[in-house]
Each structure stands twice: as C-alpha cells, then as structure tokens.
Design a binder for this molecule. Structure first.
Ligand code: C2O
Ligand code: CU
Ligand code: CU
Length: 497
C-alpha cells in the first residue's frame, strides 16, 4: 500500500520541475538550470551500494530453466507474474519485487528451433501487463503488444513456432502501455534461448549472464523512478549479474567458455571489457556471426545481447574481472559514468585444454537492396513535458500506424538521432542487418554481417539498417531506454500480407 501511494505521488510529480528547462535549441548540457540541481540533491539521499551490505564475490548463480511440461513434443510452460518477497539484504526484511514465478530474473526458457512453444500466462499483478518475446520472429498477436493487455487476475496463452535459423539469445519482458519501465525495474524479465541442433559451438561450456540494474531506497525497497530516471532512463546503485552483486565465475586456465550476455537494464549502455582474457565475439541478438571476431571492448545497449568465446589467460597486471568501462550517453540530469563498474570476478580454475573453435560459424547472406526506404528521426523536446521524446516529431499513439509495409519485402531504414542522448533503436518481430553508420560525420560500411534487433544510435549519429518482416501484423519500434519508450518514443509498422 505504502509503495503504491509512493508511486502515484511520483507519477503526479512526474517531470514537473522540467517545465523550467529551456528548449533544446538554445540549451546545451551546461544550461540545465535548477532542475538538475534539484535532482542531484535528491540523489544525495540515495544510499550508496556499499551501505546495503550486499555480499560480493559469491559464486555466480545459474539461471534456473522453466520446466517443460509437454508430454509429446514442443514446449509447454507456465508463467505467473506476481508480487514476490526475496531476501536480498543481510539482516533486513525481504525486498518486495514483481517477478515471474517468484524468480529473479524470471525462469529462463530454453527451446530448439522448429519447436512449438505454448506458455500459459497468469497475471497476478495489480496492473495490466503483457509478455513480449523480445527479438523473436513470431506472430504479432502472440508478441505481447500493448494492444493486447492481460488484466489483473486474467490469463492467456502465448503460442508460437520458432522457425529454422532463429537460434539465438532473446528475452521476455512486459510491454503494457505506459508501464513497461516500472514493471521491468520491479523485476519482470526473463531470458529466452533458442538452440540449434547444428550448433557449431555446442561443445563449449556455456555461461549465461543477465546484466540488470537495481535501485534501492534508504529502506532497501525497490525505489520508484525520480525525474532523472524519467529523463535519462533509470540507473540504480547496483548492476547485478544473474541477481548477484559482483559474483564470481570460475574460468579454467586456458579454458574456452561460451558466454551469452544480456543487457536487461532499463537504460545503461554497457561498454564491457575483460582485460585479463581473450574474447572473441561469436554472436549478436539473433544468433551466431559468420565467423568469430576478436574484441577488446563490447558495447551492449539496453535490450541488446551478445555471445563471446572467452579463453582463460589471466594476464598478469590486469584485473581478472568483467568490467563496464566509463561511457557517456549524453544524460540530461544524472552524472555520467566516469569510473569502470566492476560487474563480476573471473576466478582462476584448474588448467583445462581449450576446446577447438571452428573458423566459420554459419552463413549469413546480406539482405538485398530494399524495395522501400524510410527515415526514423529521434528527437527530444524538453520544453514539452507531455511529448518530450519523439519519433519523426510525434509522440506514440496506440491508434496511429506510422508506416505500412508488406510481408516479405526488404525495407531499409535510416535511424537518425537528432537528440542529445544515445537512443537504442529496437523493432519487434524480426532481426535486421546494420548496413552502415554515420559516425563523426563519416559514413562507414558495417565491417561484418550480424542479425540484430537493437542498435545504439549516439547523438548526431545515423544508422542504416535492412530487414524483412515475414509475418503480417502490427509491429512496434522504439527506443529501448524503457522510460523513453513509455514516454512516447515509439511508433508502429503495420505489415500487410
Ligand atoms: Cu524489449 Cu518493445 O521491446
Ligand atoms: Cu522487443
Ligand atoms: Cu531513448
């Protein structure tokens, strides 16, 4: 009850002070006025991570799988969204979350290409919700659009078949109109992995790493969003890995492991680095690349996933840790990240010989020239508190179709970030290929082919991408900073048969 009152008070106060902020045209980041100061003062009241006594260095928790109840083929599972109290802080009462099946993150779903998935979903939340299957090429009416809410106490079935070629690392999360950010930060998110029976890396040991954000108030409760969260996208005191703070993963000396990494934070752009080890990028959102690529750093935007092959080298003088290096994303109110975030310890295990790594992983054919091209411009209007985050000058409208497309036709979209913050673009129902990026005023062809459903677009940057939607229906596209999505930075593509 307490929390609900707090939330509605928060909503009433939403963005009030920002009215005073001048329009973008005549205001740089230096001219933020007292709105920013107010927020800084408010944030000083937020306890620091160390104040909670959350233990670090515990073994990395696994991600328990959702049980398959199918008697003959396919996958039958049940997901219940509801309140859950989970012991988090030592010596304190349990923390109230919203969770799928009482688990944080929600149970991981692991299925094979070609299988039919049937999920009975029950909503025991005090709000309407949906389950969106982020990145999966499934029918629009099964994809948890905000147009198909499951009301409190109601249930529905989600049913879809995973097509050949869809093996990859996906996730599921709520997508109700205007409440996605809140439901995700309260704890609702789960991982979803589609496997292939011809996986060239199936012999490698796998680690699944779900990176999420947790913001607690002084009482140790999940904090409501403040003005800075609504503007910049929420960040908390903790970036967790599989619900643990700075856990410890064991990597053998010389061992090769396959890591699937999810950025399920609301808003953080994570610039990942593993200074003591060798890492090869082998997969993106929609599965394997054509061939492994050595990487020193990996930028993972909110909603995005990657697969790495990591070899245990334990280079002397380098921290054997997974870090998120400083990354400035043009925040309007909150301070930028100026220090590396320590995400996880990589502890030395017994010497193990490296499993062989194939030189090629799979074929990816470039999508042909597009039949249609469109422009999607992100902009911010700080003078307009009801329509602050815009796509092509408009705020999201549940009744408005922004583009009409045709199933099976290749489209080329140019995403143009005319705003001051990074905005990660995401589209439902398919995977795209980035063709080129405008970076520092120069267009650069994308150096390799990859299937993605999220691409970060920095201020002043542009990205050209191509996709095909094979199924008809209404598809959302939006900024994956969930607060921006809720605030209207979203549009709709109606794909006609
Ligand atoms: Cu994970 Cu509409 O998004
Ligand atoms: Cu999505
Ligand atoms: Cu955004």
């Amino acid at each position: 009850m307490q929390r609900r009152r707090f939330l509605s008070l928060g909503a009433a106060l939403a963005l009030g002070p920002l009215l005073t902020r001048p329009a973008r045209a005549d205001a740089g980041h230096a001219a933020m006025g007292h709105a920013a100061m107010g927020s800084a003062a408010a944030r000083e009241g937020l306890p620091a991570a160390a104040d909670f006594g959350l233990p670090a260095g515990l073994p990395l928790p696994g991600l328990p799988r959702l049980a398959n109840q199918a008697r003959s083929g396919g996958f039958d599972g049940e997901l219940i969204a509801g309140e859950a109290r989970l012991p988090l802080l030592p010596g304190k009462p349990a923390t109230a979350f919203w969770a799928y099946n009482g688990q944080l993150p929600g149970p991981a779903i692991e299925v094979f290409e070609g299988e039919e998935v049937r999920i009975r979903f029950i909503n025991r939340l005090p709000q309407a919700t949906t389950v969106h299957w982020h990145g999966l090429p499934i029918p629009a009416d099964q994809d948890g659009n905000p147009h198909n809410p499951v009301r409190p106490g109601e249930e529905r079935e989600y049913r879809f078949v995973l097509p050949a070629g869809s093996a990859g690392s996906y996730w599921y999360h709520p997508h109700p109109h205007g409440h996605t950010a809140e439901q995700v930060y309260m704890g609702l998110a789960g991982m979803f992995v589609v496997k292939s029976r011809q996986d060239p890396l199936s012999h490698l040991p796998e680690q699944w790493l779900a990176l999420s954000d947790l913001k607690l108030d002084a009482q140790g409760r999940v904090a409501a969003n403040d003005d800075a969260d609504r503007m910049d996208g929420r960040e908390g005191q903790f970036v967790l890995v599989n619900r643990a703070w700075r856990p410890r993963l064991v990597l053998g000396e010389g061992e090769r492991q396959r890591w699937r990494i999810w950025n399920v934070t609301s808003a953080r752009v994570l610039k990942l680095a593993l200074p003591a080890h060798d890492a090869l990028l082998v997969g993106s959102d929609g599965g394997l690349l054509a061939a492994p690529r050595p990487v020193r750093e990996l930028l993972l935007a909110p909603g995005e996933r990657a697969e790495l092959v990591v070899t245990g080298r334990f280079r002397a003088g380098q921290p054997s840790r997974l870090l998120a290096l400083p990354y400035a994303r043009g925040k309007m109110m909150g301070p930028e990240q100026t220090e590396a975030i320590d995400l996880m310890e990589v502890a030395r295990g017994a010497a193990t010989s490296a499993a062989p790594l194939p030189e090629t992983l799979r074929d990816i054919a470039p999508l042909p020239a597009a039949a249609v091209s469109r422009r999607v411009a992100f902009s911010e209007d700080m003078a307009n508190p009801t329509a602050m985050f815009l796509i092509n000058g408009k705020t999201f409208d549940m009744e408005r179709v922004d583009f009409v497309g045709k199933a099976g036709e290749v489209e080329e979209w140019e995403i143009d970030n005319q705003a001051d913050m990074d905005h990660p673009f995401h589209i439902h129902g398919t995977q795209f290929q980035v063709v080129s990026r405008l970076d520092g005023g120069v267009w650069r062809a994308e150096p390799y082919l990859a299937w993605r459903d999220v691409v970060n677009v920095p201020p002043g940057g542009k990205v050209k991408l191509r996709f095909r939607q094979d199924l008809p229906g209404l598809r959302m596209f939006h900024c994956h900073i969930l607060e921006h999505e809720d605030a209207g930075m979203m549009g709709m593509l109606d794909v006609r048969a």
